[in-house]
Design a protein around this ligand. Structure first.
Ligand code: FES
Length: 95
């Protein structure tokens, strides 16, 4: 069982556990945390969050809503990002 925690700054907004593959946005809904979305397909970047701790793998070919600069700062797309183990998330984008 893995733990996902959502933060805004130092404030813990919510946390939930998961065993199967769910996106960051789905896990946020599970614990009542709101992450804005628009396309829900990795294109617009609206759902960008910042990975603080843990792993959310990104494809070698980045989706249109994400670029390398953001990825290096921890930027991930909530609508398509699937955590790999325990993760801490800042619900705002990195830059
Ligand atoms: S909602 Fe558009 S990239 Fe996630």
């Amino acid at each position: 069982m893995n733990l996902i925690r959502f933060f805004r700054g130092v404030k813990l907004l919510g946390q939930t556990t998961f065993v199967s593959e769910q996106t960051i946005c789905e896990l946020a809904i599970d614990c009542g945390v709101k992450i804005p979305t628009n396309c829900t397909s990795g294109t617009c970047g609206t759902c960008m969050i910042t990975l603080l701790k843990g792993e959310i793998p990104v494809d070698e070919f980045l989706p249109p809503g994400l670029d390398l600069e953001y990825v290096e700062e921890g930027g991930r797309l909530g609508c398509i990002g699937i955590p790999n183990g325990d993760v801490d998330i800042e619900i705002l984008p990195p830059l």
